[in-house]
Each structure stands twice: as structure tokens, then as C-alpha cells.
Design a binder for this molecule. Structure first.
Ligand code: GP9
Ligand code: MN
Length: 427
């Protein structure tokens, strides 16, 4: 109903965080290159196994002078896994409490990043070495306004190069390079990697690091597939440098969700050199890397708390597009008004002061469980819990009732799904 929409518009207006002029428009007109780091958790960054860095390239990228690396950044996905991450990054709207919005609500009205940028002269494309129907991408990308979708049909899916869900990352990035020549600049392009995915199988002859020795196979191999991803991305970025694209593009890297579930806590305790993994540790383990490399922008390690819901407004503001008129549930990480409360899909949340896990609260700095009196005393806790519940409920209502049908931001042209099809295959 119009009341629902009105509530949501009020809510988003109240939560809007205005851009910081230091960053606003600093990447105006640049290409955007998203690199999706499959199942990549932040603990891998700077982790040493057998005395060696697991992901030397990504580690160095976090320290690049033009990279902003967010080290308190969390995934917020639910059952929709990869698709939830994509959904949040493209829309700043939460994935659903059950299932995946990609499958249940693919024909909804959205005001997604490719559509907004498309109306500012950007072309857009997704590259992914799996069938286009997986996660219903070929349908939902139309609603997002993606011009092109280079799925498995564009790649050489020979037996040797295919593993698990699809094309291995090295041939994937290699074969994507010539396809990129078709993209009209400025472009908004997303590269979804695949090899670092459960059950983390990498042919032994292709791994340049020994497995870990916890005795839990998937945990042990996780380091090897992460190294493989690291090498794949290094080559890709080298190419971007060679062609000059590196200087004309914002490169955004993000982990989509955890790789090691709580079923592997025993092995993870060994990996992290802890006696046990507490519920607090589990929540903190939901950190994934988030990096923005923008030419001309001063980099550094940023400690503000945030999550995937915040990516779109952050990026839009860097590109010089104010998000005020759009319905978005996250806020610009670089804004002074950014809310450092990171809701998880199950209603728990993290923040700099408290970590909430299934109705229990822990001090975020020490990991100590807070007793009822302490929770009662710190008024911020109840407020943050209420905010978490409210923002998730608003977001769900918006998706379930397809409410953006009734709201067209001024100057935005609604997406016509008929303008898009991904039936082309490679020549
Ligand atoms: C499939 C890939 C993996 O194409 O993106 O999805 P996930 O299993 O991680 O949700
Ligand atoms: Mn995934």
C-alpha cells in the first residue's frame, strides 16, 4: 500500500548520510571494475601459512597508496549466498530472510547501479564462467539494467579448465580480457570468480602452496584455492595496468560470504591459534575484505564498521552521484554520518561497541559477554537492535511487495526489461 511506501521513504530519508566533499565525485567518469572474491574471508589477508603469505597479491593491494581497505567490513548474506551479495551491492537492499531474491523477485522494479549509471552514459557487463541461468541471473540482470552478460557460453568450457561450478579463475580472467575490448568506456563491469568455492578442490599440480594441516580437508585446501584466486587476480590487474585501464578505473574487490562454516570451528580454532571459536568469534569471522582502488584518491586502512549494504552509496558518491533520492538501506562508508551498525540477515548485528549474536551481547573490543545489567545500562544497544530489526523489515517489505513500482526517483527512467536479452553467444 502507499502507506508502506511512505514509511520506507521516511525511513530512508531519516537514515541518509550525506557525502563527504573530500571524496564526493573524486572518481567521476571512471570505469568501475568489480572483482568478486568468491568465499573469501578477511582472516586470509596477511595470514601466514607455513611461514608464507597465502595471498601475497591481495595483501599488497590492501597497502597500495590508492587503495582504501576496510578492515571492519562484513558480509550480510543469507541463504542466497553469492546472489545475496550481488543483490546488496547492486541495490543497497537486503537479501531475503529465506531463499534468494534473485529467484523469487527477479522481475521486480529496481533502481540498480547499472541502470543509474547507464543513464549517465555508462555501459555495463557481467563476466562469469557458469551458465547464465544459475541463480536466475539471466532474468534478474535485465531488471538491474545490465547491458551484457558474458556467461559460460562465451568461454571455452573444456574439461581441463572446468572445475566445480564452472570455469577455473585463471582461464576465466584470461578469456575475459579480449571480451573486455567490446566494452564502451566508461563501463561498469563485474567479474565473478568461482574457484575458491566449497569444497575447495584445486588440482594438486596447480597449487603453489601446501595445504594447512588441521586434518579438516576443506579448511586445509581453502588456503590453496585462495592462493589460486590471488594469482588469478594478480594477472588480471597486471593486464589492466598494461592496457592503461588501471588508471582509468575504480577497482572494487569484495568477499561475497564466508568460506568456512561453523561446522569447521574445531579446525578454525587451530588456524587462528585459539582454544575455541566462541559465538563472538564466529560473528567477527564474517568479516570479508572490501577494497576500493581509485586513481588520485588517497588510500589507507579504514576502520569504520560497515557491510555489503553500504557499498553502493559509497561507490555512487565517489562517482559524483548523490544517492539522496534513491531508496537504499546502506550508507556511504566515507560519510561522517555513516551509521556503524551492521545488521546480519538473522537479526544479529555488529558495531564498534557491541556484537549481538542471537540475543546475546558481547563487547566488540574484548569479546566479553555482557550481563543483563550492562546491556540495560548502555542505551545504544537496544537502539542498535531496534534499528537492525526495523531496517531488515522495511527492506523485506519493499522486496516482497515490489514497492519500487510505485516510486520513480526524479530524473530516473524506469528500466524496461524488454530492452535486454543475453541470448548472444560467442562468435
Ligand atoms: C555460482 C557461483 C556460486 O555461479 O556464483 O554461488 P554460491 O554457491 O556461492 O552462492
Ligand atoms: Mn559465493
Amino acid at each position: 500500500s502507499s502507506n508502506d511506501l511512505g514509511d520506507i521513504l521516511n525511513f530512508k530519508n531519516a537514515n541518509y548520510a550525506k557525502p563527504d566533499p573530500v571524496y564526493f565525485g573524486k572518481a567521476k567518469g571512471k570505469n568501475v571494475i568489480y572483482i568478486h572474491l568468491e568465499s573469501f574471508q578477511n582472516f586470509l589477508i596477511n595470514y601466514k601459512l607455513h611461514g608464507k603469505e597465502v595471498t601475497p597479491f591481495l595483501n599488497s593491494f590492501t597497502k597500495n597508496k590508492n587503495t582504501m581497505y576496510f578492515d571492519n567490513f562484513f558480509h550480510q548474506t543469507g541463504q542466497g549466498k553469492t546472489s545475496d551479495a550481488e543483490f546488496m551491492l547492486e541495490n543497497s537492499i537486503y537479501g531475503l530472510p529465506q531463499g534468494s531474491a534473485f529467484t523469487t523477485n527477479s522481475t521486480n522494479t529496481f533502481q540498480a547501479a547499472p541502470a543509474i549509471l547507464g543513464q549517465k552514459g555508462y555501459s555495463s557487463a557481467v563476466f562469469h564462467g557458469n551458465k547464465k541461468t544459475f541463480w536466475n541471473r539471466n532474468e534478474v540482470y535485465k531488471s538491474f539494467g545490465y547491458d551484457k552478460f558474458y556467461d559460460a557460453g562465451f568461454f571455452d568450457m573444456n574439461d581441463q579448465d572446468v572445475l566445480n561450478y564452472g570455469l577455473k579463475d585463471k582461464p576465466f580472467f584470461n578469456e575475459a580480457l579480449p571480451l573486455m575490448k567490446d566494452l564502451k568506456e566508461p563501463f561498469y563491469a563485474k567479474f565473478i570468480s568461482l574457484s575458491n568455492h566449497f569444497p575447495y578442490t584445486t588440482p594438486e599440480d596447480q597449487s603453489s602452496i601446501e595445504p594447512a594441516d588441521t586434518g579438516d580437508g576443506s579448511v586445509d585446501r581453502y588456503f590453496q584455492t585462495a592462493r589460486y584466486l590471488d594469482e588469478s587476480v594478480r594477472k588480471f590487474v597486471d593486464y589492466l595496468k598494461k592496457t592503461g585501464l588501471y588508471d582509468r578505473s575504480v577497482i572494487v574487490m569484495y568477499g561475497d560470504h564466508y568460506g568456512i562454516s561453523e561446522n569447521h570451528n574445531e579446525a578454525m580454532a587451530k588456524v587462528l591459534n585459539k582454544e575455541e571459536i566462541t559465538p563472538y568469534d564466529s560473528a567477527q569471522l564474517q568479516k570479508v575484505p572490501f577494497m576500493i582502488h581509485a586513481p588520485g584518491v588517497k588510500g589507507g586502512t579504514m576502520h569504520q564498521y560497515g557491510g555489503q549494504i553500504d557499498v553502493m552509496p559509497t561507490l555512487m558518491h565517489l562517482l559524483g552521484i548523490d544517492t539522496k533520492k534513491y531508496v537504499q538501506f546502506g550508507t556511504d562508508l566515507l560519510s561522517k554520518q555513516h551509521q556503524q551498525i551492521v545488521p546480519f540477515r538473522n537479526g544479529s548485528f555488529v558495531s564498534p561497541f557491541v556484537t549481538s549474536v542471537n540475543g546475546k551481547y558481547y563487547d566488540s573490543q574484548t569479546g566479553e559477554l555482557l550481563d543483563e545489567a550492562a546491556v540495560e545500562k548502555d542505551k545504544r544497544i537496544k537502539k542498535a537492535q531496534n534499528f537492525t530489526e526495523k531496517t531488515l523489515a522495511m527492506s523485506d517489505k519493499l522486496v516482497y511487495k515490489d514497492l519500487l513500482r510505485y516510486y520513480t526517483p526524479k530524473g530516473f527512467k524506469p528500466v524496461d526489461r524488454n530492452d535486454y536479452n543475453y541470448n548472444m553467444t560467442k562468435a
